[in-house]
Design a binder for this molecule. Structure first.
Ligand code: F3S
Length: 417
């Protein structure tokens, strides 16, 4: 790989062992993918921001780095934490895991990181511009910024994003290069899509086919909302390892199908239809639980925007969760503060639901939901279902938020204005 003089100095250890290790990792990854050089990145999103997945060794590595004076040279954001740092006790977490999360977050903050702990940092103002190179992890955010915004990032592992944060560099391969961003399979939508769950089902279907290809979606109406597109992004990166996709007529690199595929032709073997039958089959495949048995409803995968919190508060206004059913709304903590200012939290908590900050059951300690007595979870997120069924040992039911609120709440005539 061709390195600049300063990059070579970092690799040779002239600027200290932390930067040397970071460069060794970046150059090693770059060599694997035959990158010719490194490129500057303007921000990093760390998916190594919670102690459950990186363990004691990973946590110690980051804490030692912070104690040794390491500092980030670009804005570094953090993905979700393994618990809600404000409600951890009432949610059944112990002191040990709280301290582990706190120690890790403190170390990242000491290095200059912004511990926003969310998979939707763009709701907090961290919005890249089109064409900007990034080193982001967290699969839904990666597809979203690549596809809907037109920025450029690979789906970084936690420690490669950390290395990018320390050096400001990443190897130039994959989604950073024009030639890898063109679509190479096509999904033709021939059925109406209604709401975020239909988009989640479409993403689940397409991700299984695409794996690490770049799908081109044709037939999605221009009226598709930002939240519906995000639901598609999250699901397509879950059943497959998709990092980038195109929606013809909507996403910035796909004004036309021809532009999305770079002028090349897509063969008939790579063209797939998503019609009423595929929609129905995919939705059914996502619901293993009997809706009569639901004991927890989770919205907010990916984390909710303030508009989604407001919409859920409107659905819950004047209603109360049925006995034996809890509800969590997963949000960035900043969105929770916003919801408090707007009074939405009063409506939500009066209905018996909880705003849960900066975390996600996917990376809570294994079986935490089981240990808290939950067995059957209803959600509007295809991504959440994919991850929590194995890690939290629960069965899930897939439904649109309005349907779930209607089904699992009762009208108590307690409307709050
Ligand atoms: Fe976010 Fe967790 Fe879903 S990280 S995208 S809430 S699986």
């Amino acid at each position: 790989m061709n390195l600049t003089r300063y990059e070579k100095e970092m690799l040779d250890g002239k600027h200290g062992p932390v930067l040397q290790k970071a460069m060794e990792l970046l150059v090693g990854v770059g060599d694997c993918f035959e990158a010719e050089h490194l490129i500057p990145v303007s921000s990093a999103l760390l998916a190594c921001s919670e102690p459950v997945s990186i363990g004691k060794a990973g946590t110690k590595y980051i804490k030692d780095m912070a104690a040794g004076g390491a500092r980030f040279v670009i804005p570094v954001l953090t993905d979700v934490a393994c618990l809600d740092m404000w409600r951890w006790q009432e949610m059944g977490f112990g002191e040990e895991i709280y301290q582990a999360q706190k120690g890790l977050s403190d170390a990242i903050a000491q290095m200059g990181g912004i511990t926003c702990n969310t998979c939707t940092p763009y709701y907090l103002g961290h919005i890249p511009r089109s064409g900007e190179h990034l080193a982001w992890g967290e699969s839904s955010a990666v597809v979203y910024v690549n596809s809907v915004i037109g920025a450029r990032t690979n789906n970084e592992a936690g420690f490669t994003a950390l290395a990018a944060g320390l050096t400001g560099k990443t190897p130039a391969y994959g989604m950073h290069l024009d030639q890898n961003r063109f679509g190479n399979i096509k999904i033709e939508i021939t059925t109406p899509l209604n709401g975020e769950t239909d988009y989640g089902a479409l993403g689940t279907f397409a991700g299984k086919i695409a794996q690490d290809d770049v799908p081109v979606f044709s037939g999605i109406p221009e009226s598709a909302t930002h939240h519906e597109l995000l639901s598609l992004c999250a699901a397509v990166a879950t059943s497959g390892t998709v990092a980038h996709m195109h929606v013809v007529g909507i996403t910035p690199e796909a004004p036309t199908e021809k532009a999305a595929i770079g002028g090349a032709a897509i063969g008939s073997a790579d063209m797939h239809e998503f019609g009423a039958k595929e929609l129905d089959e995919t939705r059914t495949s996502l619901s293993a639980a009997n809706p009569e048995q639901i004991d927890l409803i989770i919205f907010g995968c990916p984390h909710l925007s303030i508009e989604q919190v407001k919409a859920t508060a409107c659905l819950l206004n004047g209603r109360k969760l049925k006995s034996g059913v809890d509800m969590w709304l997963l949000v960035p903590h900043v969105v929770k503060k916003y919801a408090e200012d707007m009074g939405y939290d009063t409506i939500i908590e009066s209905a018996g639901a909880k705003l849960v900050s900066n975390t996600c059951p996917t990376i809570m300690p294994a079986d935490h939901l089981q240990n808290q007595g939950y067995r059957h979870v209803a959600t509007n997120s295809a991504k959440l279902i994919y991850y929590i069924e194995p890690t939290q040992n629960v069965r899930c039911y897939f439904g649109e938020s309005a349907e779930l609120v209607e089904r699992f709440t009762e009208n108590k005539n307690i409307e709050i204005t």
